[in-house]
Ligand binder design. Structure first.
Ligand code: K1U
Ligand code: ZN
Length: 199
């Protein structure tokens, strides 16, 4: 697990990265995950304007951080980068299916809703039922700069909506009533105090 200290600590890992021609290969790093409450988790992120080697590194680091946590998704603001970038892999068994979405947009949502007990790496060990559209059509740009579109259903639909919410400064606890949300926030403040004392 690596969702401990806030800040920018990074840990090198040895897995080689897939790399676009022209971009130098480098090692993926595990980044620290911000814990709620943190002002960076409440901000609307900026669109990605150009694809750079730093962006490739960010995507690789985010995937590494997500697999290490472990989680099924991660959004850039969770590692303190205020850009519209998210990664996901909701495959439980079988070969990994890592996705990197730049500037993702929901362009259609089903009327059917589904309830899923969500968690969040920025709100560790807290889970709550959230109701969202059961299926969504999402358009995004990939790391090659190409437009992509795909319909997500099941856990993929829940996860992509949860991650896009992060890009808009919204957490799953914002769907809960004020008392439940406040209780979770207080627990997280206590956790952060304890972690700060432990270092
Ligand atoms: O955004 C995040 O903080 C990641 C989050 C994504 C998510 C989980 C559940 C519903 C919607 C979105 C997580 O990955 S929490 C960890 C988790 O769900 C998980 C961890 C290991 C195996 C399976 C799931
Ligand atoms: Zn989350």
């Amino acid at each position: 697990m690596n969702q401990t200290a806030p800040g920018s600590a990074m840990f090198p890992v040895s897995r080689p990265l897939p790399c676009r021609p022209g971009f130098r290969k480098s090692q993926a790093m595990i980044r620290s995950i911000l814990i709620h409450p943190d002002p960076r988790l409440k901000k609307v992120c900026d669109p990605v304007a150009e694809i750079t080697s730093d962006l490739h590194q960010l995507a690789a680091d985010m995937l590494e951080t997500m697999y290490d946590a472990p989680g099924i998704g991660l959004a850039a603001p969770q590692v303190g980068v205020m850009k519209r970038v998210l990664v996901m892999d909701c495959i439980k068994d079988g070969p990994a299916e890592p996705l990197v979405l730049l500037n993702p947009q929901v362009i259609w949502a089903s009327e059917d809703l589904s309830i899923y007990e969500e968690g969040c790496l920025s709100v560790p060990d807290q889970y709550a039922d959230v109701k969202r559209p059961a299926a969504v059509q999402v358009r995004w740009m990939d790391l090659e700069g190409a437009d992509q579109e795909r319909q997500f259903a099941g856990i993929w639909a829940t996860c992509v909506q949860h991650e896009i919410d992060h890009l808009d400064g919204k957490l799953f606890i914002d769907y809960l009533g004020p008392l439940k949300r406040q209780m979770i926030t207080r627990k997280m403040e206590k956790l952060k105090r304890e972690r700060a004392r432990a270092v």
